[in-house]
Design a protein around this ligand. Sequence first.
Ligand code: ATP
Ligand code: FE2
Length: 330
Amino acid sequence: MVTIEPIILGFEGTAHTASVAVVRGDQIIVHKAATYVPAHGGIHPREASEFLAKQFPILLKQIITELPFKLQKIDAIAFSQGPGLGPCLRITATIARAISLLLNRPLIGVNHCIAHVELGRIITPAEDPMVLYVSGGNTQLITFLNGRYRVLGETLDIAIGNALDSLGRKLGLPHPGGPNIEYAAKKGHKLLPLPYTIKGMSFSFSGVVTAAQKLISKHNLEDICYSFQEYTFAALAEATERALSCTRKSSILLTGGVAANMRLQEMIEEVATEQAANFYAVPKNLAGDNGVMIALTGVKMFEKNDYISVEQSLVKPRWRTDQVEVKWIK
Ligand code: ATP
Ligand code: FE2
């Protein structure tokens, strides 16, 4: 029997990255992305949205040129409906609605956090994993149960990526801080005292940033970066271990922008080994925000006719992982 795999056009634009991708089933056909880097300070929502508005038409043109078939062949348009920065989400939704009306194809509203998770479930062998989702805006321990992704633990204040980026700024490192802190940490060796905050399966990071900031005048940058990673990643590893031993899942999946960090991967892999579970991480080039994860989740939703009308396509800046009814997993 020949199965026809859906062709989905996906738009990601929740914060800093404008990305467009076309997939057929699980196969990536074309993928384009452009990332906004603030001139100074953190991400400015209006500036980021202006960046997206400028980049989407450019990326879409490139996609159309490189597609091995006409854009009219796509079956549906998926877009990141939330959570994220309101001005950015509105730009992304506007372009998705326009293409949907132009091509007369259904619109699929994808939850960005779930897309990070689905990506991992599709492109790694992880089937029903305990997920540690670590990014600039979110840090959650997620697993699937009774029709929904459930959040077992999460940050009580800021996300780990946000914590790394704000410490990076305080240390004078370029944005984003995460990869630069990882690089500097490799040269650090002295473990400086910092708070270790874990409450059940949840964690918090803003106090650790403040404490690390106080070390700046007395210690070298490499040791501060090293210590910050050791303390915060150890809290994430401990919470993951608890969640895994409570649920008896047989694998751990690490996803989101911070999943690119090799030290975090090493620590979470150690947890998996100790609990006799498999460890999987999304590949580095798809760890951060991308249109591929939106399009791939779109395929799953398309197969369940999980569409929305233009009237239902209002953006959802605070859309939680556990608010989505997941129709595509049994
Ligand atoms: P979300 O809405 O999922 O929170 P996001 O806007 O944070 O998305 P992502 O691209 O998923 O976007 O993640 C970006 C974060 O990943 C940034 O905080 C960045 O510093 C962090 N990051 C990227 N590479 C590394 C690395 N090697 N080590 C640590 N952090 C990293
Ligand atoms: Fe993200």
